[in-house]
Ligand binder design. Structure first.
Ligand code: 5GP
Length: 125
């Protein structure tokens, strides 16, 4: 089954500049911005600029350049916000939700970068 991308999703609107965002990092291929409803002291969303609905879509169909750019941007962010242990921080969590069982609200692939406090066990319910 082919992936279907809804170009009216909220992150597509952010990428078009229709909705403002608090940008943390940007490259030609990727964008990162603060989550509007943070679940931790650091809560950043990293997205590719390409139209991918979730992780498996991105990993399967994005170009090597997009995949490398996205992952390197995420690593720069964890260091820049000081959650990476290599930057003196105490660690972080990366989460990506996909589909109804993953409880994905926005159907544009995004990685949650969470840190700044002890986050507890991975799944609470
Ligand atoms: P999901 O449940 O799809 O993994 O997560 C979607 C995330 O997007 C949520 O954490 C939510 O707070 C965030 N979000 C939803 N709308 C906006 C918005 O307009 N701006 C920003 N910065 N974050 C948003």
């Amino acid at each position: 089954m082919a992936y279907e991308y809804d170009s009216e999703n909220i992150f597509a609107k952010i990428l078009r500049g229709d909705i403002p965002n608090d940008t943390v990092a940007e490259t030609e291929l990727s964008l990162a911005f603060r989550d509007i409803n943070p679940a931790a002291p650091e809560h950043i969303l990293a997205i590719p600029k390409g139209a991918y609905v979730n992780y498996d879509h991105f990993a399967a169909e994005a170009s090597d350049a997009e995949i490398v750019d996205f992952n390197r941007m995420v690593a720069r962010i964890t260091r820049a916000v000081g959650v990476a242990q290599a930057a003196g921080g105490e660690g972080y969590r990366l989460i990506t939700n996909a589909g109804p069982h993953g409880v994905q609200d926005v159907p544009h692939f995004h990685l949650h970068i969470l840190g700044g406090r002890r986050l507890g066990r991975m799944i609470s319910s």
